[in-house]
Design a protein around this ligand. Structure first.
Ligand code: FAD
Length: 520
């Protein structure tokens, strides 16, 4: 009895706040109002948590938060909004690790996807097919849980992000990139099929052969076309451990030449092929280590720091080769072959041998350390870009050695590493430069609560520099505030993107926090 009235109270309140004029019919078969209402929360702490993200810069309050226990709850919510005369925005929130409010829904409803974690009974969770080498994974699952579940069978996905406390639905809505991307493609290139609830509340399975338009729309689709409730991820036998090497360069051209040489060898049979390649800048930040991973032996810190002081910026190439029981005796020899002929600074090669899981989950210890110091939940004015290979040297001169050194405020990791266009599928929504090799550059700033604007100014300066000098940079994890900017971002893909929106979410309900179709 009390639950019934609480439910009616909540849904009536939500509807009145949303100014939905249609009278509430709790017996309506589509809405199944009482079921839905018990899962809708207007609790201030739920609202507060759905109004924030990792970026800590944008704040937008929803009217309610849905805690679904099964995909059917999400479908009912979408149907409710879709069929209403005044529809409201709906945003799936995975782990809320966006930096610009992308998972928020101002005055709408945020779907807390994590409520469905471990709900195997209702069709989500993680289920592994050992025979067919894939995992069926709920969109709400964290990649760390996918890793742990698959490792139990000696298997693992091949394409990762640097940090694993992100949801499958969240990274597939962007791309999911890391040092494996040059070899295996981004995570969106490693999906066999998905279950998706569209903006019309259609619950569809899609793959390259079935509902393929929806499949490609959703991959890199910034949550615009549907909510991913399941993804089928291919698996391979997991390696046991990794040989992990970092090489330092004072010369950008040698650094990128070596990176490009190394990613050109990515064939499975090529013994000098690597399993992972990234790169980053070392700048005067007190220590050559940062939260992304602590790597360099302490005894070497002073000489690395004096190198940084001398050159302003040192470039760090990071590579990995996997090994298993069969290859553990030959991997050192193979790594030696990889290193031959590279132009890093003599004496500045550092190596480690760690377990596979420890390597993949390398960011976690830095996160926990920062959390314990109260430095994790601070503003993160990040800027992530894709830069064509032909313009990366101009970018180094104008941005790394220009804007960044001049402003001298950069804190946190700055990543720079190449990937191959051929490992991406142009039918997917993700936007990348129009060159066979392009670099990702990530400024992963942490700032104080009252200093993030200085980083924002630097980000704007960088974008202005690119525009002025004709560097065809594309934002990764993009955020824009006007339609014109979005049209420019998508370029030749805009028409298809827009057409797919009309097809799968004609009432523009989904992921309003991206501000693509509702940015008036
Ligand atoms: P959220 O922030 O919750 O959501 C992101 C977007 O996806 C929103 O628009 C949301 O509505 C939509 N969405 C969420 N779930 C679903 C779903 N099930 N179906 C449809 N749409 C959905 N990215 C990389 O590629 N490589 C990295 O190495 C990397 N490292 C990172 C490290 C840190 C510390 C952080 C904070 C972020 C990192 N990212 C990286 C970025 C990250 O991949 C994206 O921000 C991603 O969206 C975060 O996932 P999430 O689950 O938190 O998504």
């Amino acid at each position: 009895f009390p639950a019934y009235f609480t439910a009616i109270f909540i849904i009536t309140r939500v509807m009145s706040i949303m100014k939905i004029s249609k009278p509430l019919d709790i017996h309506h078969k589509d809405i199944r109002a009482v079921d839905l209402a018990t899962k809708l929360s207007v609790d201030p702490s739920a609202i507060e948590s759905a109004s924030r993200d990792f970026g800590g810069i944008v704040k937008a309050e929803p009217e309610a938060v849905l805690h679904p226990s099964a995909p059917q709850d999400i479908a009912a919510l979408i149907k409710f909004s879709y069929s209403n005369s005044v529809p409201f925005g709906i945003a799936a929130k995975g782990h809320g690790h966006s930096v610009r409010g992308q998972a928020m829904a101002e005055n709408g409803v945020v779907v807390d996807m994590r409520s469905m974690a471990n709900n195997r009974r209702n069709g989500t969770g993680i289920r592994i097919s050992i025979d067919r080498l894939y995992a069926d994974v709920g969109g709400e699952q964290l990649w760390i849980d996918v890793l742990n579940a698959t490792l139990e069978y000696g298997l693992a996905p091949v394409s990762w992000t640097d940090y694993l406390y992100l949801t499958v639905g969240g990274t597939l809505s962007n791309a999911g990139i890391s040092g494996q991307t040059f070899r295996y493609g981004p995570q969106i290139s490693n999906v066999l099929e998905m279950d998706v609830i569209t903006g019309k509340a259609d619950f569809l399975t899609c793959s390259p052969r079935m509902n393929s338009e929806l499949f490609y729309a959703v991959l890199g689709g910034l949550g615009q076309f549907g909510i991913i409730t399941r993804a089928r991820i291919p698996l391979q036998p997991a390696p046991k451990g990794v040989k992990w090497v970092r090489l330092l360069y004072d010369d950008f051209s040698s650094f990128t030449k070596d990176q490009e040489l190394l990613i050109s060898k990515n064939g499975r049979k090529d013994k000098s092929a690597l399993d992972y390649l990234e790169g980053s800048l070392l700048m005067d930040q007190g220590s050559p280590d940062n939260w992304r991973s602590s790597f360099f032996p302490h005894k070497d810190h002073p000489r690395i720091i004096s190198l940084i002081t001398k050159h302003g910026i040192i470039y760090c190439l990071e590579i990995v080769k996997h090994y298993d029981d069969r290859t553990k005796h030959t991997v050192d020899k193979e790594m030696k072959q990889v290193l031959q002929g590279l132009n890093y600074m003599p004496g500045f090669m550092f190596g480690k041998d760690v377990g596979y899981e420890e390597f993949l989950n390398r960011v976690r210890s830095g996160e926990l350390k920062l959390k314990s110091q109260g430095l994790w939940d601070v503003p993160h004015p990040w800027l992530n870009l894709f830069i064509p290979k032909s313009q990366i040297s101009d970018f180094n001169n104008g941005v790394f050695r220009g804007i960044v050194l001049e402003r001298n405020i950069t804190t946190g990791p700055v990543l720079v590493y190449p990937m191959n266009r051929q490992k991406w599928d142009d039918r997917m929504s993700a936007v990348i430069p129009d060159e066979e090799i392009f670099y990702t550059v990530g400024f992963l700033h942490s700032s104080g609560f009252d200093t993030w604007e200085a980083f924002e100014d630097q980000n704007k300066d960088i974008m202005r520099f690119c525009n002025k000098t004709g560097i065809l940079a594309k934002q990764y994890l993009p955020h824009y505030s006007t339609k014109e900017e979005w049209v420019h971002h998508f370029g030749s893909k805009w028409k298809v993107f827009q057409h797919r929106k009309y097809q799968f979410d004609p009432r523009m309900l989904l992921s309003p926090g991206q501000r693509i179709f509702n940015n008036n």
